[in-house]
Write a protein that binds this ligand. Structure first.
Ligand code: SAH
Length: 222
């Protein structure tokens, strides 16, 4: 990702390091994730008018009522997706909810292949434009209802959701490889990060972790 690094170089390394320090203070310790956050130029994913705030640890508006996720939550999701992943560089990951493409770029630093799907066409196109100069060869964008997974790309070693459903969609569990895991916010008013893992026999286990606040997972496309 040479050009990304070049763009990132335009913003002072100190500002970006401060964002990474903040994420570490909040509890993300996986050095691979912290390095990925340091590599991806977050200001390239927000409106130029907001670029000066790109390295604050906050969500920012990206239009269409959606937001770029808080760096901490992108990092935490990536950290959870990496746990127990024997060989991330060989793993294929589905991200549901591309938005502006930031988290997809972070995940692509960590995993072998990333497919990211978005249901709002204008955001799918925004992400395509944001990502083009970064030339991330192992990231593919899809347009569609990610609640259905991406049949043509399945099965996945991990599925990471950036939008909260009332339940983990059955399609995601079906499209998960044995040994794989889903990291998804679940719930309406009271959301929890939820981890669904499938063991090598195909048995499914589910546990919930911290309270979170994500935008809702919606059906269909617009
Ligand atoms: N990953 C983004 C977060 C974007 S917010 C980042 O890097 O900051 C979550 C996104 O999920 C929104 O763009 C929303 O349109 C999208 N979304 C919601 N329901 C969806 C669905 N069923 N399929 C695909 N995308 C969905």
């Amino acid at each position: 990702m040479k050009s990304a690094t070049a763009i990132a170089g335009l913003v002072s390394a100190r500002v970006r390091d401060r964002m990474v320090d903040r994420v570490r203070e909040l509890g993300v310790r996986d050095p691979r994730v912290l390095e990925a956050l340091r590599q991806v130029p977050r200001h390239a994913f927000v409106d130029p008018a907001l670029a000066s705030r790109a390295y604050e640890d906050t969500a920012l508006p990206i239009g269409h009522g959606q937001t770029i996720s808080q760096p901490y939550i992108v990092a935490r999701t990536a950290e959870l997706a990496l746990q127990d992943c024997a060989d991330p560089k060989q793993a294929k990951v589905l991200e549901v909810g591309t938005g502006c493409g930031y988290a997809a770029a972070v995940l692509a630093q960590l995993f072998g292949t990333v497919i990211s799907i978005e249901r709002v066409r204008a955001l799918h196109e925004l992400a395509r434009n944001n990502l083009r100069p970064l030339r991330i060869a192992n990231l593919r964008l899809a347009f569609g209802d990610g609640a259905l997974g991406v049949v043509g790309e399945a099965p996945f070693d991990a599925i990471a959701a950036a939008a909260a459903g009332e339940e983990v969609p059955a399609a995601w569990i079906e499209q998960l490889k044995p040994g794989g895991r889903i990291v998804a916010p679940v719930g309406v008013d009271d959301q929890r990060m939820t981890i669904v893992s499938k063991d090598t026999q195909g048995r499914v286990q589910r546990r919930t972790t911290e309270p979170v606040r994500f935008v809702p997972l919606r059906g269909g496309t617009v």
